[in-house]
Ligand binder design. Structure first.
Ligand code: HEC
Length: 149
């Protein structure tokens, strides 16, 4: 090979090397680091997801409709009269004395699991048809029962 060409090729090669080295050594942009707060880090480590509380507000008018549509009225009067089950006059106040954490809890349990607490003087005759009732339906019937004094 001709000496001139060899030198020329070497020069070209060298310049390529210099260029590529320069490219590689060019400083990269600072990496973006996500730093969660210590509290968030602890939650993630504990496997906890942030809790979102959904508040369901009961509507007495819808509760009254549900009471009729589901046939609760076949066994429960809205007064003091006993049919198959107890009359619902004053049910919400009475519900507070059943040993549950709240009157709402008691009423919900009475509807979902009627055999769980049997009212004195009555038999376990309420059908267990509402175990899967919607949270909203339960909230509505509770709101309605509250209005029955
Ligand atoms: C076939 C009759 C029957 C039907 C229908 C019925 N219940 Fe009852 N229910 C009873 C009887 C009997 C009791 C009392 C025995 C017991 O505690 O399970 C009772 C008890 C209750 C109690 C507790 C009452 C108290 O004084 O502590 C609630 C609340 C209640 N029912 C709600 C409902 C609702 C709401 C419906 C409709 C979705 C309904 N029931 C449908 C028969 C019925």
């Amino acid at each position: 090979m001709n000496k001139k060409i060899t030198i020329l090729l070497s020069a070209i090669l060298l310049s390529f090397t210099v260029i590529s080295c320069r490219e590689v050594t060019e400083p990269a942009a600072d990496p973006v680091v996500f730093e969660p707060t210590p509290a968030a880090k602890e939650m993630v480590m504990a496997g906890a997801a942030p809790e979102v509380e959904v508040v369901i507000v009961g509507d007495p008018a819808s509760g009254s409709e549900w009471f009729l549509n589901e046939g609760c009225n076949a066994c429960h009067s809205t007064g003091a009269e006993k049919i198959v089950g107890p009359g619902f006059a004053g049910i919400y106040e009475r519900a507070a004395s059943r040993g549950y954490s709240s009157p709402d809890d008691y009423i919900e349990a009475s509807i979902r699991y009627p055999g769980e607490y049997i009212v004195e003087g009555y038999s376990n005759l309420m059908p267990a048809s509402w175990e899967e009732a919607e949270k909203q339906e339960i909230a509505d019937i509770i709101a309605y029962l509250k209005t029955l004094q």
